[in-house]
Ligand binder design. Structure first.
Ligand code: NAP
Ligand code: HSE
Length: 434
Protein backbone atom coordinates (compact mmCIF):
# COMPACT_ATOMS: atom_id res chain seq x y z
CA UNK A 1 0.00 0.00 0.00
CA UNK A 2 1.46 3.42 -0.96
CA UNK A 3 1.76 6.16 1.66
CA UNK A 4 -0.94 8.84 1.53
CA UNK A 5 0.10 12.03 -0.33
CA UNK A 6 0.87 14.63 2.32
CA UNK A 7 -1.43 17.64 2.46
CA UNK A 8 -0.02 20.61 0.56
CA UNK A 9 1.73 23.49 2.29
CA UNK A 10 -0.21 26.56 1.19
CA UNK A 11 1.58 29.73 0.11
CA UNK A 12 0.06 33.20 -0.36
CA UNK A 13 1.98 35.94 -2.18
CA UNK A 14 1.52 39.59 -1.26
CA UNK A 15 2.95 41.30 -4.35
CA UNK A 16 3.34 40.07 -7.92
CA UNK A 17 5.90 42.49 -9.34
CA UNK A 18 9.58 41.99 -10.18
CA UNK A 19 10.21 39.59 -7.29
CA UNK A 20 6.71 38.19 -6.69
CA UNK A 21 6.16 37.10 -10.29
CA UNK A 22 9.49 35.22 -10.19
CA UNK A 23 8.54 33.53 -6.92
CA UNK A 24 5.30 32.37 -8.55
CA UNK A 25 7.20 31.12 -11.61
CA UNK A 26 9.77 29.18 -9.54
CA UNK A 27 7.03 27.63 -7.40
CA UNK A 28 5.47 26.28 -10.63
CA UNK A 29 8.65 25.43 -12.55
CA UNK A 30 10.35 23.66 -9.64
CA UNK A 31 7.22 22.17 -8.06
CA UNK A 32 8.41 18.55 -8.08
CA UNK A 33 11.85 19.31 -6.65
CA UNK A 34 10.40 21.62 -4.02
CA UNK A 35 7.85 18.98 -2.98
CA UNK A 36 10.62 16.39 -2.65
CA UNK A 37 12.79 18.74 -0.60
CA UNK A 38 9.98 19.83 1.70
CA UNK A 39 8.18 16.50 1.96
CA UNK A 40 4.87 17.97 0.74
CA UNK A 41 3.75 19.93 -2.30
CA UNK A 42 3.77 23.73 -2.13
CA UNK A 43 0.45 25.15 -3.33
CA UNK A 44 0.15 28.80 -4.34
CA UNK A 45 -3.32 29.96 -3.27
CA UNK A 46 -3.30 33.64 -4.26
CA UNK A 47 -1.23 36.61 -5.42
CA UNK A 48 -2.24 40.07 -4.17
CA UNK A 49 -1.50 43.03 -6.43
CA UNK A 50 -2.87 46.55 -6.78
CA UNK A 51 -4.29 45.98 -10.25
CA UNK A 52 -5.63 42.42 -10.52
CA UNK A 53 -6.97 43.05 -14.03
CA UNK A 54 -3.46 43.28 -15.47
CA UNK A 55 -2.05 39.87 -16.51
CA UNK A 56 1.38 38.93 -15.06
CA UNK A 57 3.76 36.58 -16.82
CA UNK A 58 4.15 33.39 -14.80
CA UNK A 59 1.18 34.13 -12.53
CA UNK A 60 -2.09 32.23 -13.20
CA UNK A 61 -4.81 34.87 -13.75
CA UNK A 62 -7.30 33.16 -11.45
CA UNK A 63 -4.89 33.54 -8.50
CA UNK A 64 -4.61 37.34 -8.84
CA UNK A 65 -6.55 39.42 -6.33
CA UNK A 66 -6.62 43.04 -5.24
CA UNK A 67 -7.84 41.97 -1.78
CA UNK A 68 -4.48 41.77 -0.03
CA UNK A 69 -6.04 41.96 3.46
CA UNK A 70 -8.38 39.05 2.66
CA UNK A 71 -5.49 36.94 1.32
CA UNK A 72 -3.28 37.73 4.34
CA UNK A 73 -6.10 36.63 6.68
CA UNK A 74 -6.77 33.31 4.93
CA UNK A 75 -4.38 31.38 7.19
CA UNK A 76 -2.03 30.07 4.52
CA UNK A 77 0.84 28.08 5.96
CA UNK A 78 3.26 30.62 4.51
CA UNK A 79 2.71 34.23 3.46
CA UNK A 80 5.38 35.82 1.27
CA UNK A 81 5.42 39.63 1.45
CA UNK A 82 7.08 41.14 -1.63
CA UNK A 83 5.05 44.31 -2.09
CA UNK A 84 7.48 46.64 -0.31
CA UNK A 85 6.96 49.83 1.72
CA UNK A 86 5.99 50.20 5.36
CA UNK A 87 2.20 50.19 5.08
CA UNK A 88 0.12 48.24 4.26
CA UNK A 89 2.95 45.66 4.30
CA UNK A 90 3.39 45.77 8.11
CA UNK A 91 -0.35 45.46 8.84
CA UNK A 92 -0.70 42.63 6.35
CA UNK A 93 2.24 40.74 7.88
CA UNK A 94 0.74 41.15 11.37
CA UNK A 95 -2.63 39.96 10.05
CA UNK A 96 -0.97 36.93 8.47
CA UNK A 97 0.92 36.04 11.65
CA UNK A 98 -2.23 36.44 13.76
CA UNK A 99 -3.88 33.98 11.37
CA UNK A 100 -1.08 31.48 12.06
CA UNK A 101 0.98 31.97 8.90
CA UNK A 102 4.77 31.96 8.85
CA UNK A 103 6.04 35.00 6.98
CA UNK A 104 8.83 35.42 4.45
CA UNK A 105 9.64 39.01 3.51
CA UNK A 106 12.13 40.79 1.26
CA UNK A 107 11.16 44.14 2.78
CA UNK A 108 14.34 45.66 4.22
CA UNK A 109 12.71 49.08 4.61
CA UNK A 110 10.11 47.63 6.98
CA UNK A 111 12.54 45.35 8.82
CA UNK A 112 14.95 48.23 9.43
CA UNK A 113 12.18 50.59 10.50
CA UNK A 114 10.18 48.28 12.75
CA UNK A 115 11.62 44.77 12.72
CA UNK A 116 11.03 44.44 16.46
CA UNK A 117 7.26 44.50 15.96
CA UNK A 118 7.49 41.71 13.38
CA UNK A 119 9.75 39.56 15.58
CA UNK A 120 7.40 40.00 18.56
CA UNK A 121 4.35 39.08 16.49
CA UNK A 122 6.14 35.99 15.16
CA UNK A 123 7.04 34.91 18.71
CA UNK A 124 3.53 35.65 20.06
CA UNK A 125 1.91 33.61 17.31
CA UNK A 126 4.45 30.79 17.24
CA UNK A 127 5.32 31.31 13.58
CA UNK A 128 8.52 31.88 11.60
CA UNK A 129 9.88 35.15 10.26
CA UNK A 130 12.52 34.73 7.54
CA UNK A 131 14.00 37.52 5.41
CA UNK A 132 17.07 36.26 3.54
CA UNK A 133 16.10 38.19 0.38
CA UNK A 134 16.02 41.52 2.20
CA UNK A 135 19.83 41.94 2.08
CA UNK A 136 22.13 41.25 -0.87
CA UNK A 137 19.53 39.55 -3.09
CA UNK A 138 20.45 35.98 -3.90
CA UNK A 139 23.50 35.79 -1.64
CA UNK A 140 23.15 33.50 1.37
CA UNK A 141 24.28 36.00 4.01
CA UNK A 142 21.67 36.38 6.74
CA UNK A 143 21.40 32.64 7.43
CA UNK A 144 25.20 32.42 7.90
CA UNK A 145 25.04 35.39 10.29
CA UNK A 146 21.93 34.18 12.14
CA UNK A 147 22.88 30.52 12.33
CA UNK A 148 26.33 29.46 11.07
CA UNK A 149 28.20 32.23 12.92
CA UNK A 150 26.06 32.16 16.05
CA UNK A 151 28.96 30.51 17.90
CA UNK A 152 31.44 33.22 16.93
CA UNK A 153 31.98 36.91 17.62
CA UNK A 154 31.67 39.19 14.61
CA UNK A 155 33.84 42.31 14.59
CA UNK A 156 32.99 43.93 11.29
CA UNK A 157 30.71 43.62 8.28
CA UNK A 158 31.66 45.66 5.22
CA UNK A 159 30.49 45.56 1.66
CA UNK A 160 28.47 46.57 -1.34
CA UNK A 161 24.80 45.88 -0.65
CA UNK A 162 22.95 47.96 -3.23
CA UNK A 163 22.86 46.65 -6.78
CA UNK A 164 21.39 49.78 -8.38
CA UNK A 165 24.13 52.14 -7.18
CA UNK A 166 26.85 49.62 -7.93
CA UNK A 167 25.42 49.27 -11.43
CA UNK A 168 25.43 53.06 -11.89
CA UNK A 169 28.96 53.54 -10.51
CA UNK A 170 30.28 50.63 -12.62
CA UNK A 171 28.78 52.14 -15.78
CA UNK A 172 30.21 55.58 -14.95
CA UNK A 173 33.61 54.04 -14.27
CA UNK A 174 33.95 51.64 -17.18
CA UNK A 175 31.90 53.31 -19.92
CA UNK A 176 31.87 56.95 -18.82
CA UNK A 177 28.08 56.56 -18.73
CA UNK A 178 25.81 59.39 -17.75
CA UNK A 179 24.35 59.04 -14.23
CA UNK A 180 20.70 59.46 -15.29
CA UNK A 181 20.99 56.99 -18.19
CA UNK A 182 22.63 54.38 -15.95
CA UNK A 183 19.86 54.79 -13.35
CA UNK A 184 17.17 54.38 -16.02
CA UNK A 185 18.85 51.15 -17.18
CA UNK A 186 19.00 49.81 -13.60
CA UNK A 187 15.28 50.56 -13.23
CA UNK A 188 14.45 48.79 -16.50
CA UNK A 189 16.39 45.73 -15.33
CA UNK A 190 14.27 45.54 -12.14
CA UNK A 191 17.10 46.39 -9.74
CA UNK A 192 15.81 49.69 -8.37
CA UNK A 193 13.25 50.25 -5.63
CA UNK A 194 9.79 51.55 -6.59
CA UNK A 195 11.16 54.95 -5.52
CA UNK A 196 14.79 54.89 -6.73
CA UNK A 197 15.76 57.72 -4.39
CA UNK A 198 15.94 54.96 -1.76
CA UNK A 199 18.79 53.46 -3.80
CA UNK A 200 20.74 56.54 -4.89
CA UNK A 201 20.19 58.32 -1.57
CA UNK A 202 21.77 55.37 0.29
CA UNK A 203 18.61 54.60 2.30
CA UNK A 204 18.19 51.09 0.86
CA UNK A 205 21.80 50.28 1.76
CA UNK A 206 21.28 51.87 5.19
CA UNK A 207 18.27 49.63 5.86
CA UNK A 208 20.36 46.61 4.86
CA UNK A 209 23.26 47.79 7.02
CA UNK A 210 20.89 48.04 10.00
CA UNK A 211 19.66 44.48 9.42
CA UNK A 212 23.23 43.18 9.08
CA UNK A 213 24.37 45.04 12.21
CA UNK A 214 21.48 43.74 14.28
CA UNK A 215 22.25 40.14 13.31
CA UNK A 216 26.04 40.51 13.59
CA UNK A 217 26.11 42.29 16.95
CA UNK A 218 22.91 40.99 18.62
CA UNK A 219 21.83 44.56 19.17
CA UNK A 220 18.73 46.39 18.00
CA UNK A 221 19.76 48.69 15.15
CA UNK A 222 17.26 50.65 13.06
CA UNK A 223 17.71 52.63 9.86
CA UNK A 224 17.71 55.82 11.93
CA UNK A 225 20.88 54.66 13.69
CA UNK A 226 22.78 54.47 10.40
CA UNK A 227 24.82 57.42 9.15
CA UNK A 228 23.77 57.61 5.50
CA UNK A 229 25.15 59.35 2.39
CA UNK A 230 24.17 58.27 -1.11
CA UNK A 231 25.81 58.66 -4.51
CA UNK A 232 23.86 61.65 -5.80
CA UNK A 233 26.87 63.91 -5.16
CA UNK A 234 29.35 61.64 -6.97
CA UNK A 235 30.37 63.26 -10.27
CA UNK A 236 32.09 61.99 -13.40
CA UNK A 237 35.05 64.15 -12.30
CA UNK A 238 35.22 62.29 -8.94
CA UNK A 239 35.20 58.96 -10.76
CA UNK A 240 37.99 60.12 -13.11
CA UNK A 241 40.07 61.56 -10.24
CA UNK A 242 39.73 58.29 -8.33
CA UNK A 243 40.82 56.32 -11.39
CA UNK A 244 43.88 58.56 -11.86
CA UNK A 245 44.98 57.71 -8.32
CA UNK A 246 44.36 53.96 -8.73
CA UNK A 247 40.98 53.83 -6.95
CA UNK A 248 37.35 53.12 -7.80
CA UNK A 249 34.32 54.63 -6.07
CA UNK A 250 31.87 52.24 -4.39
CA UNK A 251 28.87 52.79 -2.14
CA UNK A 252 29.86 50.91 1.01
CA UNK A 253 27.93 49.73 4.04
CA UNK A 254 30.07 49.31 7.15
CA UNK A 255 28.96 47.93 10.51
CA UNK A 256 31.70 47.55 13.12
CA UNK A 257 32.34 47.26 16.82
CA UNK A 258 34.08 50.19 18.46
CA UNK A 259 37.70 49.34 19.37
CA UNK A 260 36.76 48.73 23.03
CA UNK A 261 33.90 46.45 21.95
CA UNK A 262 31.25 48.35 23.91
CA UNK A 263 29.51 49.96 20.95
CA UNK A 264 28.71 49.61 17.27
CA UNK A 265 28.94 52.12 14.44
CA UNK A 266 26.93 51.66 11.27
CA UNK A 267 27.51 53.82 8.21
CA UNK A 268 26.75 53.98 4.49
CA UNK A 269 28.65 56.30 2.17
CA UNK A 270 30.55 56.39 -1.10
CA UNK A 271 34.21 55.56 -0.65
CA UNK A 272 37.35 55.27 -2.75
CA UNK A 273 38.63 51.68 -2.77
CA UNK A 274 42.05 50.69 -4.19
CA UNK A 275 41.56 49.21 -7.65
CA UNK A 276 43.36 46.00 -6.62
CA UNK A 277 40.98 45.49 -3.65
CA UNK A 278 38.47 42.60 -4.14
CA UNK A 279 35.53 45.03 -3.78
CA UNK A 280 36.81 47.05 -6.75
CA UNK A 281 36.07 44.16 -9.11
CA UNK A 282 32.46 43.81 -7.90
CA UNK A 283 30.61 45.27 -10.86
CA UNK A 284 27.09 45.90 -12.14
CA UNK A 285 24.30 44.74 -9.80
CA UNK A 286 26.54 42.27 -7.98
CA UNK A 287 27.00 42.63 -4.22
CA UNK A 288 29.87 41.50 -2.00
CA UNK A 289 30.07 41.50 1.76
CA UNK A 290 33.11 40.85 3.97
CA UNK A 291 32.55 39.50 7.46
CA UNK A 292 35.38 39.56 10.01
CA UNK A 293 34.80 37.15 12.88
CA UNK A 294 37.03 36.34 15.81
CA UNK A 295 37.44 32.60 15.29
CA UNK A 296 36.34 32.14 11.68
CA UNK A 297 38.56 34.95 10.42
CA UNK A 298 37.69 36.81 7.23
CA UNK A 299 34.91 35.68 4.89
CA UNK A 300 33.59 37.12 1.66
CA UNK A 301 30.05 36.59 0.32
CA UNK A 302 29.53 37.45 -3.35
CA UNK A 303 26.73 37.18 -5.88
CA UNK A 304 23.76 38.84 -7.52
CA UNK A 305 22.35 41.49 -5.22
CA UNK A 306 19.21 42.48 -7.10
CA UNK A 307 16.78 41.38 -9.80
CA UNK A 308 13.65 39.26 -9.87
CA UNK A 309 15.00 35.72 -10.26
CA UNK A 310 18.04 36.05 -7.95
CA UNK A 311 15.90 37.57 -5.21
CA UNK A 312 13.20 34.95 -5.73
CA UNK A 313 15.86 32.26 -5.21
CA UNK A 314 16.50 33.61 -1.70
CA UNK A 315 12.76 33.84 -1.03
CA UNK A 316 12.27 30.21 -2.13
CA UNK A 317 15.05 29.06 0.19
CA UNK A 318 13.16 30.64 3.07
CA UNK A 319 9.88 29.14 1.88
CA UNK A 320 11.45 25.67 1.97
CA UNK A 321 12.84 26.29 5.49
CA UNK A 322 9.48 27.53 6.79
CA UNK A 323 7.62 24.67 5.09
CA UNK A 324 9.94 22.08 6.65
CA UNK A 325 9.35 23.68 10.05
CA UNK A 326 5.59 23.41 9.50
CA UNK A 327 5.91 19.69 8.87
CA UNK A 328 8.39 18.98 11.66
CA UNK A 329 6.84 21.33 14.23
CA UNK A 330 10.17 23.16 14.45
CA UNK A 331 10.80 26.90 14.50
CA UNK A 332 13.33 29.16 12.83
CA UNK A 333 15.50 31.53 14.88
CA UNK A 334 13.85 34.47 16.61
CA UNK A 335 15.16 37.91 17.48
CA UNK A 336 18.54 38.10 19.20
CA UNK A 337 19.25 41.56 20.63
CA UNK A 338 20.50 40.46 24.04
CA UNK A 339 23.88 42.27 23.73
CA UNK A 340 22.24 45.71 23.67
CA UNK A 341 25.42 47.48 22.57
CA UNK A 342 25.52 51.25 22.40
CA UNK A 343 24.98 52.50 18.84
CA UNK A 344 27.55 55.27 18.37
CA UNK A 345 27.99 58.18 15.96
CA UNK A 346 30.07 57.96 12.78
CA UNK A 347 32.31 60.59 14.43
CA UNK A 348 33.99 57.71 16.29
CA UNK A 349 34.57 55.60 13.16
CA UNK A 350 38.19 55.31 12.03
CA UNK A 351 38.64 56.02 8.34
CA UNK A 352 40.78 57.95 5.86
CA UNK A 353 39.88 60.96 3.73
CA UNK A 354 40.76 62.10 0.24
CA UNK A 355 40.48 65.89 0.00
CA UNK A 356 40.74 67.84 -3.26
CA UNK A 357 41.43 71.55 -2.75
CA UNK A 358 41.53 74.53 -5.06
CA UNK A 359 44.32 76.63 -3.54
CA UNK A 360 46.33 79.79 -4.08
CA UNK A 361 49.84 78.91 -5.27
CA UNK A 362 52.04 81.08 -3.03
CA UNK A 363 54.56 80.56 -0.24
CA UNK A 364 53.15 79.30 3.05
CA UNK A 365 49.97 77.78 1.59
CA UNK A 366 51.10 74.18 2.03
CA UNK A 367 52.22 74.91 5.60
CA UNK A 368 48.83 76.44 6.48
CA UNK A 369 47.00 73.46 5.04
CA UNK A 370 49.28 70.95 6.77
CA UNK A 371 48.67 72.84 10.04
CA UNK A 372 44.89 72.40 9.72
CA UNK A 373 45.39 68.63 9.55
CA UNK A 374 47.90 68.68 12.43
CA UNK A 375 45.59 70.81 14.60
CA UNK A 376 43.01 68.01 14.44
CA UNK A 377 45.53 65.23 15.03
CA UNK A 378 45.23 63.97 11.44
CA UNK A 379 48.36 62.61 9.79
CA UNK A 380 48.83 63.16 6.04
CA UNK A 381 49.75 60.16 3.87
CA UNK A 382 50.06 61.72 0.38
CA UNK A 383 50.02 65.29 -0.98
CA UNK A 384 49.95 66.01 -4.69
CA UNK A 385 49.91 69.42 -6.34
CA UNK A 386 48.53 69.86 -9.87
CA UNK A 387 48.98 73.08 -11.86
CA UNK A 388 50.23 76.39 -10.55
CA UNK A 389 49.29 80.06 -10.24
CA UNK A 390 45.52 80.58 -10.20
CA UNK A 391 44.89 76.98 -11.24
CA UNK A 392 46.67 75.17 -8.42
CA UNK A 393 44.95 72.07 -7.12
CA UNK A 394 46.06 70.11 -4.10
CA UNK A 395 45.08 66.53 -3.37
CA UNK A 396 45.61 65.22 0.15
CA UNK A 397 45.09 61.66 1.36
CA UNK A 398 45.24 61.02 5.09
CA UNK A 399 46.21 58.19 7.35
CA UNK A 400 43.56 56.66 9.62
CA UNK A 401 41.81 59.11 11.95
CA UNK A 402 38.36 59.42 13.46
CA UNK A 403 35.68 60.64 11.09
CA UNK A 404 34.93 63.49 13.51
CA UNK A 405 38.54 64.75 13.38
CA UNK A 406 38.62 64.42 9.60
CA UNK A 407 35.36 66.33 9.23
CA UNK A 408 36.58 69.12 11.55
CA UNK A 409 39.76 69.34 9.46
CA UNK A 410 37.75 69.85 6.28
CA UNK A 411 35.62 72.51 8.04
CA UNK A 412 38.84 74.30 9.08
CA UNK A 413 40.21 74.08 5.54
CA UNK A 414 37.09 75.76 4.18
CA UNK A 415 37.87 78.77 6.39
CA UNK A 416 41.52 79.18 5.36
CA UNK A 417 42.44 82.16 3.14
CA UNK A 418 44.79 79.87 1.24
CA UNK A 419 41.94 77.55 0.22
CA UNK A 420 39.72 78.92 -2.52
CA UNK A 421 37.36 75.96 -2.38
CA UNK A 422 37.09 72.35 -1.24
CA UNK A 423 36.45 70.66 -4.57
CA UNK A 424 35.90 67.13 -3.33
CA UNK A 425 35.97 65.05 -0.15
CA UNK A 426 35.62 61.29 0.01
CA UNK A 427 36.42 58.57 2.49
CA UNK A 428 39.03 55.98 1.50
CA UNK A 429 38.45 52.38 2.62
CA UNK A 430 40.25 49.12 2.08
CA UNK A 431 43.86 50.34 2.34
CA UNK A 432 46.21 48.37 4.53
CA UNK A 433 48.34 50.05 7.18
CA UNK A 434 47.86 52.97 9.55
P1 NAP B 1 7.55 45.83 -7.52
O1 NAP B 1 8.04 45.31 -8.81
O2 NAP B 1 7.18 47.27 -7.43
O3 NAP B 1 6.32 44.93 -7.07
C1 NAP B 1 5.48 45.26 -5.99
C2 NAP B 1 4.23 44.41 -6.09
O4 NAP B 1 3.43 44.65 -4.95
C3 NAP B 1 3.38 44.74 -7.32
O5 NAP B 1 2.83 43.56 -7.84
C4 NAP B 1 2.27 45.64 -6.76
O6 NAP B 1 1.03 45.54 -7.46
C5 NAP B 1 2.12 45.05 -5.37
N1 NAP B 1 1.64 46.04 -4.42
C6 NAP B 1 2.29 47.14 -3.99
N2 NAP B 1 1.52 47.80 -3.10
C7 NAP B 1 0.38 47.09 -2.97
C8 NAP B 1 -0.79 47.24 -2.20
N3 NAP B 1 -0.96 48.31 -1.39
N4 NAP B 1 -1.77 46.31 -2.30
C9 NAP B 1 -1.62 45.25 -3.13
N5 NAP B 1 -0.52 45.03 -3.88
C10 NAP B 1 0.46 45.95 -3.79
O7 NAP B 1 8.63 45.59 -6.36
P2 NAP B 1 9.77 44.48 -6.30
O8 NAP B 1 10.97 44.97 -7.00
O9 NAP B 1 9.20 43.16 -6.67
O10 NAP B 1 10.15 44.52 -4.73
C11 NAP B 1 9.28 43.94 -3.79
C12 NAP B 1 9.99 43.89 -2.44
O11 NAP B 1 11.18 43.14 -2.57
C13 NAP B 1 10.42 45.25 -1.88
O12 NAP B 1 10.34 45.22 -0.49
C14 NAP B 1 11.87 45.36 -2.31
O13 NAP B 1 12.61 46.22 -1.48
C15 NAP B 1 12.30 43.92 -2.15
N6 NAP B 1 13.44 43.52 -2.94
C16 NAP B 1 13.49 43.78 -4.27
C17 NAP B 1 14.59 43.36 -5.01
C18 NAP B 1 14.70 43.64 -6.48
O14 NAP B 1 15.80 43.40 -7.04
N7 NAP B 1 13.66 44.11 -7.16
C19 NAP B 1 15.62 42.67 -4.37
C20 NAP B 1 15.54 42.41 -3.00
C21 NAP B 1 14.44 42.84 -2.29
P3 NAP B 1 0.92 46.07 -8.98
O15 NAP B 1 1.79 45.17 -9.78
O16 NAP B 1 -0.51 45.96 -9.32
O17 NAP B 1 1.43 47.48 -8.95
N1 HSE C 1 16.98 48.13 -5.01
C1 HSE C 1 17.78 47.13 -4.41
C2 HSE C 1 19.18 47.18 -4.97
C3 HSE C 1 17.18 45.78 -4.66
O1 HSE C 1 19.40 47.84 -6.00
O2 HSE C 1 20.08 46.58 -4.38
C4 HSE C 1 17.87 44.68 -3.93
O3 HSE C 1 17.66 44.77 -2.55
Amino acid sequence: MSAATPAPITVALLGGGTVGSQVARLLADNADDLAARVGAPLQLIGVAVRDASRPREGVPGDLLTDDAAGLAARGADIVVEVMGGIEPARSLILTAMAAGSSVITANKALLAADGGTLYRAAADNGVDLYFEASVAGAIPLLRPLRESLSGDRVHKVLGIVNGTTNFILSKMESEGADYAAALAEAQALGYAEADPTADVGGHDAAAKAAILAELAFHTRVTAEDVSCEGITGVTAADVAAARDMGFVIKLLAVAERTPDGSGVIVRVHPAMVPSDHPLASVRDAFNAVFVEAESAGDMMFYGRGAGGAPTASAVLGDVVAAARNRLSGGRGPGESTYAGLDVRSIDEARTRYYVNLDVADRPGVLAAIAQAFADNGVSIQVVRQDGHGDDAGLIVRTHLATDGALRRTVDNLRNLDAVKSVVGVMRVEGEAGP
